[in-house]
Design a protein around this ligand. Structure first.
Ligand code: MRU
Length: 374
């Protein structure tokens, strides 16, 4: 246990160090262990220190660190841990092979959030370019290059979160209520979050609004993480069960839905935490705007539509038990997909660090991201 890192920064009044690289090239990755949040002791957080790739891969698999951008940043630093394992005598092509093997271990941790694969590709490209451009480079040079690249991924994510907040704040209705699902806040990113960023920025600018948070079965990221984060920031927040959103919309208590994303296909179809699809249908049925907030690293333009997005299946125990207590017959059949896919047609707008894509489609997304096509 370490003292709480909940520092109030000068603007958003929220700063959670979800991940932090400690020391230089011989250092390690320190994560807030999100499995134990919300922590019971006030002003204390539990940290998990990862000194090697298998420990980090397990931390991602078990959701000690989670949320698409945070997983990507963790993977970037993971490649710095991988580089520490290269023998100083190894030739540079052996070094690349070792890095590739370690990248594969990280890539096998969770399948849906594209940020993981995006960050691993970026780190491997960095290593191979560096080695091609500097044939005489020693291992320490490669390690320095990788650490600097991982730090860039982290800093860029912080900046993207802030920009998403600046672009999205006008979508938060003065005096109104927004609903969010899962956790797409500071705990899911290197900065102030994606879906929560517009809320943090609106709040720091004095806007009055209210947030409903779905508890987000089965792992309660909404109840454990989002409710906790928003409370710490002094935002007016009410927790609801996932199955209450429809009734609240019928009662006109929700003016907008904002969620994050784990992967967005070229046409705007969006994978996010299981339950997001149902919310999109409810929102359309009640004429409530439905927004997705995500950085450009969450787009997967190789996939034309959402049907090819790989959906993670998780353990039945997440549904049949609560802590140590069994809450369903032990041998019941269970289906436990961790994500679902919202059709682009149900999305009012996607908020990125570059601006807002209204009624997203393939052309608008390509133009927004400056993508020239195949
Ligand atoms: O299983 P999780 O907790 O990693 O799922 C996270 C989500 O679904 C988030 O909404 C998404 O990753 C966006 S995080 C900015």
């Amino acid at each position: 246990m370490f003292p709480c890192d909940f520092l109030c920064n000068d603007r958003a009044k929220v700063k959670i160090r979800t991940l932090e690289w400690i020391d230089d090239i011989d250092g390690f990755l320190r994560l807030i262990d999100q499995r134990v949040l919300p922590q019971v002791l006030p002003r204390r957080l539990v940290y998990l220190d990862c000194h090697d790739v298998p420990t980090l891969a397990e931390a991602i698999r078990k959701l000690a660190v989670r949320g698409a951008p945070a997983i990507g940043i963790a993977a970037g630093y993971g490649m710095c841990l991988a580089a520490q394992k290269i023998d100083k005598q190894a030739n540079l092509s052996d070094a690349l092979q070792i890095l590739r093997k370690q990248a594969d271990i990280l890539a096998s941790s969770r399948p849906t959030a594209v940020n993981l694969f995006w960050a691993l590709d970026r780190m491997m490209t960095c290593a191979s370019r560096f080695l091609a451009d500097n044939p005489g480079a020693c291992l320490v040079d490669v390690q320095k290059g990788l650490l600097s690249q991982a730090r860039s991924i982290h800093i860029e994510d912080q900046e993207m979160c802030r920009s998403i907040g600046e672009h999205g704040r006008r979508l938060i209705p003065e005096g109104g209520s927004v609903l969010t699902h899962c956790n797409a806040g500071a705990l899911a990113t290197g900065g102030i979050g994606t879906a929560l960023a517009p809320m943090y920025v609106a709040h720091e600018q004095g806007k009055r609004f209210h947030v409903y948070v779905d508890e987000t079965r089965p792992l309660l990221q909404g109840a454990r993480l989002t409710a906790w984060e928003l409370l710490q920031a002094g935002i007016d927040v009410t927790l609801i069960c996932d199955n209450m959103a429809g009734m609240l919309m019928k009662q006109r208590k929700i003016d907008a839905v904002i969620t994050g994303a784990d992967r967005i296909a070229a046409n705007g179809d969006t994978a996010n935490k299981i339950g997001t699809y149902s919310l999109s249908i409810l929102a359309a049925a009640h004429n409530v705007p439905f927004y997705i907030a995500a950085p450009s690293s969450t787009f997967d333009l190789k996939l034309a539509g959402g049907e090819k997005i790989p959906i993670e299946q998780r353990s039945p125990q997440e549904i049949t038990s609560f802590g140590d207590r069994l809450t369903a017959p032990e041998d019941i059949k269970v289906y436990n997909p961790a994500f679902d896919v919202v059709d682009a047609s149900k999305i009012t707008a996607i908020i990125t660090e570059k601006g807002i894509i209204e009624y997203p489609d393939t052309d608008k997304i390509a133009a927004h991201l400056g993508h020239k096509g195949q």
